[in-house]
Write a protein that binds this ligand. Structure first.
Ligand SMILES: [Ca+2]
Length: 391
């Protein structure tokens, strides 16, 4: 299925200390020969033999620490591709390495095992529409014992989180009935949030959207425009900043990505309106500004984003993954992979790769073998693109 790992080249990037500097582009080329490709193990859905190119920009960012002058991560290389998906949204990996992928509009759960694409089943109760449908997935931290797969989806009247058991019958997985664990998150045609992830503390973090209700994000008693922190049973997690309230942080517009760095800090990506996409460092009780402010305006009472993309045409960041202290973000409208070096509580200058090559990128996730899986959207059919990260 995958081409063998290859030594990574350092990217020819240049970094600036001021975000007002004009962007600067570069392009590098690398070819995999057909002979190399024949030597690789190829699986059914993989047809990737040749060109791989990346382009990098140093975009404006709203806040740069000293790390901006330090080395940015190198360019990933394409190792494989799984075709045959329809608007995939999220990927999780079972202990045996099987990938489980949600499809937003079909409400299907797909599997990839040994390079082969399969169907696990359809999640009942999903009502797709607009940006809503079957969205984020998370695997129970105690999966070996409880076999729970969690899913965030748009239902008839709300967005909700349910969990389903994945029974194993020999080589076959069987999808159990969904058990709702948290309901009542507001839904709309857009701004449904949808990312869920268990944190290093074992609690379930949930990114919601404002559901086009602008009064929600600043209201601590409303679920829209928040990051929530829940127990595995869907109750407010102990130690939450507002007492017995599921709200962990507020003032969000549409949280799309959640990930933790090597020190356990939570970072989150979210869509700006027509300007100012954001990567935020999340602290409990933090207010991230929406709808009063966006970006990094240094306004008292609100936390600035650590990275700001003034042009949503270059970004619209969805899925977020952090490997070591490097953040990877998939850009939908920007159709590229953004790579951001993190230095403690500051973020360095983002670098982009694969601009325009693979269409809209919905998600990025780290597989157990250390490779990074991207999910395309709107390619009809869509695919998972598998990357080797530079070492
Ligand atoms: Ca903000």
């Amino acid at each position: 299925m995958l081409l063998p790992r290859r030594p990574a080249k350092r990217p020819q990037t240049r970094r600036f200390k001021s975000w007002r500097v004009k962007t600067w582009r570069f392009k590098t080329w690398r070819w995999h020969s057909a002979a190399e490709a024949r030597a690789a193990v190829l699986a059914v859905a993989l047809v990737f033999l040749s060109a791989c190119t990346g382009s990098g920009t140093s975009p404006p960012t709203g806040q740069q620490g000293s790390g901006a002058a330090q080395g940015a991560p190198g360019q990933p290389t394409v190792a494989g591709r799984i075709d045959g998906l329809q608007v995939p949204w999220s990927t999780v990996y079972l202990p045996d390495g099987t990938a489980v992928i949600s499809e937003r509009d079909t409400a299907q759960l797909k599997t990839v095992s040994g390079g082969r694409l399969g169907t696990l089943g359809k999640v009942p109760g999903v009502v797709p529409g607009g940006e809503g449908g079957l969205l984020g997935l998370a695997l129970s931290p105690d999966f070996a014992r409880d076999r729970y797969l969690y899913a965030y989806f748009t239902a008839a009247a709300d967005n909700r989180i349910a969990r389903m058991r994945l029974a194993q019958h020999g080589d076959r997985l069987e999808l159990g009935s969904p058990e709702p664990v948290f309901t009542g998150i507001p839904k709309a045609g857009t701004h449904n949030g949808g990312r869920i992830r268990f944190g290093p503390d074992g609690f379930l973090y949930v990114g919601t959207g404002d559901s086009q209700r602008r009064e929600q994000p600043q209201d601590k008693m409303a679920l829209g425009g928040k990051i929530l922190r829940l127990t595995a049973d869907g109750r407010p997690a102990p130690g939450n900043p507002f007492g017995g309230n599921p709200v962990y942080s507020l003032g969000h517009r549409n949280v799309q990505g959640l990930a933790w760095d090597s020190a356990g800090r939570l970072w989150a990506s979210e869509f700006g309106p027509d300007v100012n996409d954001e990567l935020n460092l999340i602290v409990p009780g933090g207010n991230y500004g929406w709808p009063d402010v966006t970006g990094a305006p240094h306004r008292p009472g609100f936390l600035d984003a650590k990275v700001v993309w003034p042009s949503t045409a270059e970004s619209s960041p969805s899925g977020l993954e952090i490997v070591g202290n490097t953040a990877y973000l998939g850009a939908l409208r920007g159709q590229r992979l953004w790579v951001v070096p993190l230095h403690g509580e500051t973020a360095g200058t983002p670098v982009s790769y694969f601009t325009g090559m693979y269409g809209r990128i919905r998600n990025v996730s780290l597989a157990p073998d250390g490779r990074l899986w991207l999910l395309s959207n709107g390619q009809n059919p869509d695919f998972a693109l598998i990357l080797d990260l530079p070492r």
